[in-house]
Design a protein around this ligand. Structure first.
Ligand code: FE2
Length: 242
């Protein structure tokens, strides 16, 4: 991958096409497109995935809440990730830029990527009847003894994040080969190699409109809407990957 030839403002830059282009006078996006044309890591072309269910039909979660969550928090993260990727490309052209400033935007890349990935998994595992079944249920029994015992721990983990931020994730760990309910403080702090089977958003924006500070009631409502067909699809996907 050709990235840049050294040079600050006004220096000639090499694109993958070999054309020499002056950085001066170009917009951020034009610089990024020129400097790293064809480098997908900086393309900033992510698009939000539509809700895979009718938000008016969830049990105990209002349409207004779910649409607001999708539009503002999730779609906002997608847009921000695009801006971040393009800004990183632009910053690569700044010869004198201190690495710690580049690091600030790299941190944002991690935050926004985590938010996009986890929100997409969260919305995709909603819209069901909440009745666990199939291989996902078998896996839960294998690692937690019973569905009831698993649910107690999953809810307790989620409620521990009430009033703040974070995620609760039933994961298959691709490194350890174990299944756990992982606690995640924010979009960035996940168990390494955790493959998400069921994702619960515990940021206040996920429930405050409907439940105020009563996070436990939101967790109960979430459980009634889990799409276990999707969880089973992930279990199958995980079996292929491990
Ligand atoms: Fe969220």
């Amino acid at each position: 991958m050709t990235i840049i030839a050294a040079g600050g403002a006004g220096a000639a830059l090499s694109s993958v096409t070999g054309d020499a282009v002056e950085a001066n006078g170009l917009t951020t996006e034009e610089q990024a497109a020129t400097v790293i044309a064809g480098a997908r890591a900086f393309s900033g072309q992510h698009a939000p995935k539509p809700l895979p269910f009718d938000p008016a039909k969830l049990k105990g979660l209002s349409e207004k809440l779910v649409k607001s969550h999708w539009e503002n928090n999730y779609s906002g993260a997608v847009k921000a990730l695009n801006v971040v990727e393009q800004r990183l490309a632009s910053m690569l052209t700044e010869k004198d830029l201190p690495p710690y400033l580049y690091g600030d935007v790299k941190r944002e890349e991690l935050v926004r990527t985590g938010s996009v990935v986890l929100h997409e998994n969260y919305f995709a595992n909603l819209g069901g009847d909440g009745k666990a079944s199939g291989k996902a249920l078998d896996l839960i029994k294998q690692w937690f003894g019973s569905y009831e015992q698993w649910e107690v721990e999953f809810k307790k983990t989620a409620n521990a994040l009430g009033g703040g931020s974070g995620w609760t994730i039933l994961s298959y760990n691709l490194h350890t080969g174990e299944v756990h309910n992982y606690w995640a403080w924010d979009h960035m702090h996940n168990a390494p190699m955790g493959y998400p089977l069921l994702v619960l958003d515990m940021y206040e924006h996920a429930y405050h409109m409907d439940y105020g500070a009563a996070a436990a009631k939101y967790v109960d409502a979430f459980m009634q809407n889990v799409n276990w067909d999707e969880v089973n699809r992930r279990v199958e996907e995980m079996r292929v990957r491990k």
